[in-house]
Design a protein around this ligand. Sequence first.
Ligand code: UGA
Length: 437
Amino acid sequence: MRISVIGCGYLGAVHAASMAELGHDVVGIDVDAGKVQALAAGRAPFFEPGLEEILDSAMRSGRLRFSTSTADAKGAQVHFIAVGTPQARGGGAADLTYVHAAVDGLLPHLSPGDLIAGKSTVPVGTAARLAERVEAAGTGAMLAWNPEFLREGYAVKDTISPDRLVYGLPSGDAAPAARRLLDEVYATAVGNGTPVVAADYATAELVKVSANAFLATKISFINAMAEIAEVTGADVTQLADAIGYDPRIGRRFLNAGIGFGGGCLPKDIRAFVARAEELGRGESVDFLKQVDAINLRRRQRMVDLVVESLGDQVYKKKVTVLGLAFKPDSDDVRDSPALDVAVQLNGLGAHVIATDPAAIPNSIRLHPQLGFATDTLDALHEADAVVLVTEWKEYRTLDPVEVGRLVRDKLIIDGRNVLDPERWRAAGWTYRGMGRP
Ligand code: UGA
């Protein structure tokens, strides 16, 4: 199939390369010439395991190209909209500027029977309004909403073998035609038995935001339990294991620590609240404000824990911060709790040396005032405190005896609860976790 993908950021670049990998003929389009140039040279503009491999094989197959001109979308049957919907300045709502620009830019290049398939995360009601715009332009094209559930770090796998497909289809006669096109795009996954939920626009849009709202709520729930554990001496990790054995609850996404960040969960719950308020149903998702507040409190708690552990003397203390990305296997520092903790400690006068296997360049751009070290052992040299805030494998597997030889003071604060307290204590360390005694 001939496919265009408008927007080659995280979502779009992975989608374009994955669609080509599946055998489609794909053009990825982005206004950012630098990004297009990098992708066309087979280089991923961000860290994502497996992406460069499929970019490379797709480029060599001749099935994938990149362009800065929307006119190159002409001739494709399905046009994916994969542009960003960031949090609007000065409020929680989503900024739809790029979505509108992408659809408007496509209109002159559409042919009757083409399908615009929205992938961007949008407030409920957006697809219906865009469909009216497409209809009014008299192109004879259709519109569907096909949300994406990929996780950074597993983006290629999640795109090629998704756990479900959700189609928000137009009403009336266009529905079967739109569905046929989407089934053809995803023929491999559909053929492998991937569940398909075919619904209307509003349901598809809501599936996406409610999935992220649920995940955020699950994380904040366990972090709320961590807050209670902190004043009672209970251990939140054992609590999570114990409740997680109940299959109705499940253990995944019950890791307490410094909370969630990234380009999706924080902005999506805020946009959901803003949209629900517009719809006169603010009270229905009012709890998401608590979810957000609990989450942000965890960063502060982490900073307080470091300060307290240093006997309230942080000024000029060397604090090694292990991790900057919002989660491991990513170089993404958007709304990263790890970077936030590093910045706050630096603001308190600590001599912060931060390290991360992938996210240093992005962090330097935002916070050049921090100290950075690319090598973990260099970062640990003569530290007064070690703070683990992104659970990269190389930090989870650090040897407390070896690290103990490098630091000045054996003090570790585990913001992700991923280290074995017994093992670290046995090696002479003071270990502090989040919601653990
Ligand atoms: C999230 C969703 O998981 C994807 O399904 C969705 O497609 C994506 O947003 C999106 O909307 O595009 P992602 O932002 O890649 O994916 O990150 P997650 O794996 O969800 O992690 C989010 C944050 O929660 C990270 O900061 C992580 O450290 C934190 N987290 C996760 C916890 O603090 N505890 C946990 O138990 C799990």
